[in-house]
Ligand binder design. Structure first.
Ligand code: ACO
Ligand code: OAA
Length: 399
């Protein structure tokens, strides 16, 4: 376990969600289809509002529509960005990766940390959760404006679109990015909801929990989490998936290719020593239900999109090839295998930006846990390590 990335080692308490290897994610015990049925949407039968997921993850209770609307309003009221946060981002070249710009923006927001102020003022341990709550709510509220600023700065000549006081969180984020198609707004709500949380052991969530454990405030912890999310085996995989799909289309001149052509391309990717992005998982052993719900969304709204059809074909061709390698524990698609083609269809074509969307979403899972960590008085995290020599001695002794 210590050499194998701690797979299968139970090492954390995480309140918001749990991942079953076969069934996938449950948010406070509810599967994605249950959330879609029970959590309030923007309209009857709509996708869950991210604010409803936030309420559920934090409290364990299903909110009413009125409660969700009040939370939307509260988040909008907290969404003021200090000018120096934009200036900190502006200090980076426009060519900087969006995730680098995003982490920089989050670090600039840290200047306003309520927790840091309260700690310096001598707050008692029993009350740590209160400024942690304030920081978390402010952070979540401010992320879309920071994230949209980066998108507009990098790809749209810096023409900024202000927050619309009549829109919910997901719709507002899409609007500030420059997208107002009602279908895209629905997709953004779904996207943020399903990317919010994936129990505690994934790299970004675990990082946030670890970094917050010596009482680093939620901004410091979340910026660290974003740096983990920016790795290509974790959140950056959604960028890599669309890049890989585009490379297939470039190779054959069309997305409409045969099964044999696709199999050849997959084998070529593997023979170069690369992974097939969007496939495999550290915990899941079946198709990720987050992939399935995005597929259902695509079947409803864009069944004839050639990129969606290619993604469907990839799902048929990749698993047997990965299985044949004999070492891949999960040959099935994960969440990142699907999101890119949906975003691309709605006009968000710049794949280098995709992990920023994931980062905004992940604050909805990480934030509530940080509040609970402080409320429960969770200690500083400090596991034991062994030297390689000690490990070899232990193995020799046991065999
Ligand atoms: C939001 C998320 O983070 S979801 C995951 C996003 N990441 C990706 O999609 C990247 C592609 N997938 C992967 O690299 C892996 O499946 C991971 C990192 C997600 C999980 O890694 P692990 O738990 O170590 O997977 P597993 O135990 O199956 O790995 C065994 C071997 O199979 C390989 N393998 C696993 N998945 C793949 C894949 N998609 N393509 C090629 N090889 C793979 C591993 O690289 C490893 O090879 P090695 O022994 O030569 O080093
Ligand atoms: O659970 C994991 O290791 C990775 C993942 O899917 C996520 O963080 O959403």
């Amino acid at each position: 376990m210590v050499l194998g990335g701690m797979r299968g080692m139970t090492a954390l308490v995480w309140l918001g969600s749990a991942v079953d290897p076969d069934e996938g994610i449950r948010f406070r015990g509810m599967s994605i289809p249950e959330c879609q049925k029970k959590l309030p949407g923007a309209f009857t039968g709509g996708e869950p509002l991210p604010e409803a997921v936030l309420w559920l993850l934090l409290t364990g209770k299903i909110p009413s529509k009125a409660q969700v609307d009040s939370l939307s309003k509260e988040l909008r009221s907290r969404a003021t960005i200090p000018d120096y946060a934009y200036k900190a981002i502006d200090a980076l070249p426009v060519s900087a990766h969006p995730m680098t710009q995003f982490t920089t923006g989050v670090m600039a927001l840290q200047v306003q940390s309520e927790f840091q102020k309260a700690y310096e003022g001598g707050i008692a341990k029993a009350r740590y959760w209160e400024p942690t709550y304030e920081d978390t709510m402010n952070l979540i509220a401010r992320l879309p404006a920071i994230a949209a600023y980066i998108y507009r700065r990098k790809y749209k000549d810096g023409k900024i679109i202000p927050l619309d006081d009549s829109l919910d969180y997901g719709a507002n984020y899409a609007h500030m990015l420059g997208f107002d198609d009602p279908e895209m707004l629905e997709f953004m709500r779904l996207y943020i909801s399903i990317h919010s949380d994936h129990e505690g052991g994934n790299v970004s969530s675990h990082t946030a929990h670890l970094v917050a454990s010596p009482l680093s405030d939620p901004y410091l912890a979340f910026a660290a989490a974003l740096n983990g999310l920016a790795g290509p085996l974790h959140g950056l995989a959604n960028q890599e998936v669309l890049r890989w799909i585009r490379s297939i289309v470039a190779e054959f001149g069309t997305p409409n290719i045969s099964t044999e052509q696709l199999a050849d391309y997959i084998n070529k990717t593997l023979s170069r020593g690369q992974v097939v992005p969007g496939y495999g998982h550290g915990v899941l052993r079946q198709t990720d239900p987050r992939y399935t719900c995005q597929r259902e969304f695509a079947l409803k709204h864009l069944p004839n999109d050639p990129y969606f059809q290619l993604v469907s074909k990839i799902k048929e061709v990749v698993p047997p090839i990965l299985t044949k390698l004999g070492k891949v524990k999960n040959p099935w698609p994960n969440v990142d295998a699907h999101s890119g083609v949906l975003l691309n269809y709605y006009g968000l074509t710049e794949e280098n930006y995709y992990t920023v969307l994931f980062g905004v979403s992940r604050s909805f899972g990480v934030g509530p846990q940080l509040i609970w960590d402080r409320a429960l008085g969770m200690p500083l995290e400090r596991p034991k390590s062994v030297t390689l020599e000690k490990l070899e001695q232990l193995v020799a002794k046991s065999s």
